[in-house]
Design a binder for this molecule. Structure first.
Ligand SMILES: *[C@@H]1O[C@H](CO)[C@@H](O)[C@H](O)[C@H]1NC(C)=O
Ligand SMILES: *[C@@H]1O[C@H](CO)[C@@H](O)[C@H](O)[C@H]1NC(C)=O
Ligand SMILES: *[C@@H]1O[C@H](CO)[C@@H](O)[C@H](O)[C@H]1NC(C)=O
Ligand SMILES: *[C@@H]1O[C@H](CO)[C@@H](O)[C@H](O)[C@H]1NC(C)=O
Ligand SMILES: *[C@@H]1O[C@H](CO)[C@@H](O)[C@H](O)[C@H]1NC(C)=O
Ligand SMILES: CC(=O)N[C@H]1CO[C@H](CO)[C@@H](O)[C@@H]1O
Length: 474
């Protein structure tokens, strides 16, 4: 810890570039920079009240984070604020857990090959990002923060340092070699797309892929090593329909929590790596079913369902277990499944449509500054629980890993587009005279930006898995 600290201090002072041959200034600078650039991320206990009713609290902000793929905007269920467009891309990966045959979980090792990647701190890296908005032609305009006029840039430079080991800078050549002849598939909502585009941008710097996509999915092929990257949309990971069911009319989404999404069951078993990322659509209006019976509703009430007890967060747990178990017991799947944990948003002092804002955040939070969001913590815990249940049910040779980014990314309130979510030259980027913030996206991540770290973590998981296998095979 001490050595890492001093090493990174020098990087930070580099960055600060406060020319100081004066000793006293240097000392002051040391104190300042040290304090400024380091965060010790402890893992606070999560307080999850047992009798908390989420639905009511979420009625307002749930839709804010919900959007549809392809730029369509999910309309809020209430009338105001329809101008706020959000696309959601959320990754949920929590904790690195290695399933083992006897269903115990691997402990966190202390050597560098299996150190806890999610316990660490952010530090300023003067080397800068892996690509820029000008060198990646496919990044979504909504996450092209620099291209959309965001004035500050420092958020592109903060990198993640696990306490017990190094997280190497993404090596695109290494990734393509490890994935040689293989397919990696991203499944989830707009946060999954955020991560997939980040990966494409990083790889684009060494090789321009061929676009082999179709209407069902995005698909990119890297010829050098025959690597395929696929992404398709599955916001709940389970079967859903809008057709009338029982007393629930047409148009309301019915989510069958115990039936895996048929599209991903068809497409993912052939993959070598599957990356899941979702969660942000659960606050949307919907009706939950188990065994073809209505067991809960979200933002939709009728006299029949008042006593039902499956909330949006429980629905997340059940659907996570369902979808992961379906892969972990599939007779033809032997891949590596990586679950990106729930991605925290940063609407401060309100929700997306009630004055919540991340405007003007230009650096990560300091230790102790994180304001815990109950919903984020509960979603993380529910997802983690669903993950562990799937681990226990696993029957095939596949591997399940939780990429637990939630805690670390609570510190990155600076990493979102904020008001810089479009090219629109007339967009409002400042608070109005009454102090109300402009419409903004505090959920998705700028590219380049913190989301690139997810792929560095993912590469490390893949490396441990594939290199480990190779070593043990010889
Ligand atoms: C489970 O596996 C671990 C690690 O391989 C081993 O130490 C432990 O004894 C096993 N437990 C049972 C009940 O087999
Ligand atoms: C990239 O960002 C810069 C501002 O940093 C901007 O001038 C440029 O137009 C952007 N390029 C693209 C392709 O968005
Ligand atoms: C990246 O990986 C390649 C292939 O494994 C290796 O030859 C190269 O040295 C690596 N580059 C860096 C900067 O580590
Ligand atoms: C919901 O209620 C049923 C019936 O009372 C009970 O069996 C079930 O455990 C409850 N589920 C949750 C998540 O509370
Ligand atoms: C597994 O693959 C075999 C051979 O291609 C196929 O017949 C079978 O239906 C597959 N099983 C599942 C569950 O998809
Ligand atoms: C290699 C292996 O363990 N395959 C199993 C995967 O799961 C299916 C269904 O549960 C089993 O039939 C396979 O034997």
């Amino acid at each position: 810890m001490t050595s890492a600290y001093s090493r990174d201090y020098s990087r930070s002072s580099n960055y600060r570039r406060v020319a100081s041959s004066i000793a006293i200034l240097g000392v002051l600078l040391t104190i300042f920079v040290t304090w400024d650039s380091w965060f010790i991320l402890s893992r606070p206990n999560r307080l999850v009240p047992t009798n908390y009713i989420y639905g009511a609290n979420l009625a307002e902000d749930s839709d804010s984070v919900v959007s549809q793929e392809g730029g369509h905007v999910a309309k809020p269920d209430h009338d105001d604020e329809s101008e706020v467009e959000m696309e959601l891309e959320v990754d949920a990966s929590t904790g690195e857990t290695e399933p083992v045959r006897n269903q115990t979980e691997s402990s966190e090792g202390s050597d560098s090959s299996d150190c806890d990647l999610y316990d660490g701190q952010w530090y300023y890296d003067p080397e800068g990002p892996l690509y820029t908005n000008n060198t990646c032609p496919i990044l979504s305009q909504n996450q092209n923060c620099q291209g959309n006029g965001r004035p500050d840039k420092e958020y592109e430079n903060w990198r993640w340092k696990p306490s017990q080991c190094e997280l190497p800078r993404f090596n695109a050549t290494k990734f393509l070699e490890l994935m040689s002849g293989k397919t990696i598939t991203f499944v989830g909502d707009s946060v999954a797309r955020n991560q997939m585009e980040s990966l494409l941008c990083i790889l684009w710097q060494v090789e321009v892929p061929r676009n082999r996509g179709n209407r069902r999915m995005q698909r990119w092929f890297f010829k050098s090593n025959s690597v395929t990257i696929i992404r398709f949309w599955s916001a709940w990971l389970v079967h859903h329909t809008t057709e009338p069911f029982s007393y629930v009319p047409d148009g309301i989404t019915k989510i069958h929590l115990d039936v895996p999404d048929e599209t991903f069951m068809e497409l993912t078993p052939k993959s070598d790596v599957v990356v899941f990322s979702n969660g942000h659509w659960f606050p949307k209006r919907s009706v939950y079913l188990l065994n073809n019976e209505i067991v809960g509703t979200q933002l939709w009430n009728s006299p029949e369902n008042l006593a039902m007890n499956i909330t949006s967060t429980e629905a997340y747990e059940i659907s996570t277990e369902t979808s992961l178990t379906a892969l972990a017991t599939h007779s033809n799947y032997s891949g590596l499944t990586i679950v990106t944990s729930y991605s925290p948003d940063h609407y401060e002092n309100g929700a997306w449509n009630t004055g919540g804002s991340c405007t003007g955040k230009d650096r990560p939070l300091f230790p102790g500054q994180v304001v815990e969001h109950e919903y984020t913590n509960i979603m993380h815990d529910k997802q983690t629980a669903g993950f562990h249940q799937a681990v226990k049910k696993r029957t095939n040779e596949s591997k399940l890993k939780l990429m637990d980014i939630t805690e670390a990314f609570k510190y990155r309130h600076d990493g979102h587009p904020g008001p810089y979510r479009s090219l629109d030259p007339n967009k409002i980027t400042k608070r109005d005279p009454n102090g109300r913030p402009p419409p903004q996206d505090c959920l998705h991540w700028c590219m380049p930006g913190p989301v690139d770290t997810w792929n560095e973590l993912m590469l490390e998981l893949i490396r441990r898995e594939f290199e480990g296998n190779q070593n043990s095979a010889f």
